[in-house]
Design a protein around this ligand. Structure first.
Ligand SMILES: [Fe+2]
Ligand SMILES: [Fe+2]
Length: 268
């Protein structure tokens, strides 16, 4: 006889252990999907954050490029102002920039710094704006007092360039201040020596000396390349190799043909 189901019979009770297991599985599934959702939300948030950061970075980069462009323009304008006052020619300034860049590159400085030194070097004599014309344009030799006035151009130029956030203008300030200092401490305005003198100043000092030797002055004729080279490397009655950073002087020794070519290429 088949067994009939009794409608009043209670539904078959599942065993408690099985119920617990199913509940645990359901629970863990729920927890897993919650964690997944949270993870996906966090990733989305991070992606948005990264995108905002990139936009801000690009904008910041553009702003700093524009700022650097403005500083460069300011340097060019200051250069023009300096040239209205000083007899030094535009060609001298261009050559100085080329020699200084070549020396900095040969010494292994990073490209950005090489560029900065080459761009800032033309402002080395900016402070001559503050020297009276009677001294600056005097054809003959200067008296001791006039010479003192002339020497002030380093500090004056540095004070004009002081306090800028631009690395270009700061390099120009250091060059203006120290391009007459000498390695052996006999230069001016402060008589500092050796590595107390910033490298950019040591570089521009040698470049400026070479160009001064190649150009006629009231107290001397223009020297040939070979004469100028020998004076820098071996000295004469006014110039001593001790005036120069030995590494910068050695770089000049290696690059001297390039100096000659720059002088020939950029003539007054
Ligand atoms: Fe100078
Ligand atoms: Fe100069």
């Amino acid at each position: 006889m088949s067994r009939q189901s009794d409608p009043l019979e209670q539904p078959k009770r599942r065993r408690p252990a099985r119920v617990a297991k199913e509940a645990a599985a359901r629970g863990s599934l729920g927890a897993n999907s919650n964690a997944e959702q949270e993870k996906a939300a966090a990733i989305r948030q991070l992606e948005l954050f990264a995108r905002d950061l990139k936009v801000a970075y690009v904008a910041e980069k553009r702003k700093s490029r524009e700022l650097e462009r403005s500083y460069r323009e300011m340097v060019r304008r200051l250069m023009r102002a300096a040239r209205m006052k000083d007899r030094e020619t535009g060609a001298h300034i261009l050559r100085l920039s080329a020699y200084s860049g070549a020396l900095a590159r040969h010494l292994g400085l990073p490209g950005e710094e090489v560029e900065r030194i080459a761009e800032a070097a033309p402002l080395h004599d900016l402070g001559k704006i503050g020297v009276p014309d009677s001294v600056l344009q005097k054809p003959g030799p200067l008296s001791a007092q006039e010479w003192d006035m002339m020497k002030r151009h380093s500090a004056f130029g540095a004070s004009l360039l002081k306090g800028s956030a631009s690395p270009l203008l700061e390099t120009a300030r250091l060059i203006a201040l120290t391009h007459h200092e000498r390695w052996d401490g006999t230069g001016y305005p402060r008589g500092i020596r050796g590595e107390q003198i910033p490298l950019c100043g040591r570089i521009v000092m040698l470049a400026d000396q070479y160009d001064a030797l190649r150009s006629p002055r009231c107290y001397k004729p223009a020297f040939s390349h070979l004469e100028a080279r020998d004076i820098l490397l071996n000295g004469n009655d006014r110039t001593s190799p001790q005036h120069f950073d030995p590494l910068v002087l050695a770089a000049f020794g290696s690059l001297q043909r390039e100096f000659e070519a720059i002088y020939e290429r950029i003539r007054d």
